[in-house]
Ligand binder design. Sequence first.
Ligand code: GRF
Length: 187
Amino acid sequence: MKKVAIFASGTGSNFEKIADDERLKDKISIELLVCDRKDAAVIRKAHDRNIKVFIFSAKDFESKEAYESVIFEKVKDLEYIFLAGYMRIISPYFLDRYKKTILNLHPSLLPKFKGKDAIEQAFNAGEKEIGISIHYVNEELDGGKVIAQRSFKVSDEDTIETVTEKVHKLEHKLYPEVILKLVEEAL
Ligand code: GRF
């Protein structure tokens, strides 16, 4: 059983898919949810599953290093970190200390559309194909090596809402699959 942490800031639909995946049940143990927003829906999802939560507010700390050092102490013995809608950049300070694997899910076909609002960016750019990426985290924003991508063709009927829904569907399927491969050391 690999001990992992998930970092998330929002709804937590990906957190939920990972936590509830039957194939992962005897492979990973989610020891901690790290969340930077006290009103995020993901917190309830962790409580419902008896998963410990560390909630912090960046503004209560003097610097990024200050809160990252607190987080580091909590996760240093865990084997993996999975970012699932965590809206903060992991700094070199943290990456220099936590030498194990961190994965991120990004809603675009990287290297295209890095950063915020990636689905809107792609849709507004008139992309014919839209998708998602799962990648290793390094010091560059959405810039680590890509592990897996999935995409779909955008049709004339698609709107930002339908495209967003399709993106989430792909995410919910792919992230648990990649995690499974990772923990089985098949990546
Ligand atoms: C996902 O679209 C993910 O790609 C992005 O943030 C969103 C998180 O959604 N980084 P949820 O909180 O897992 O529902």
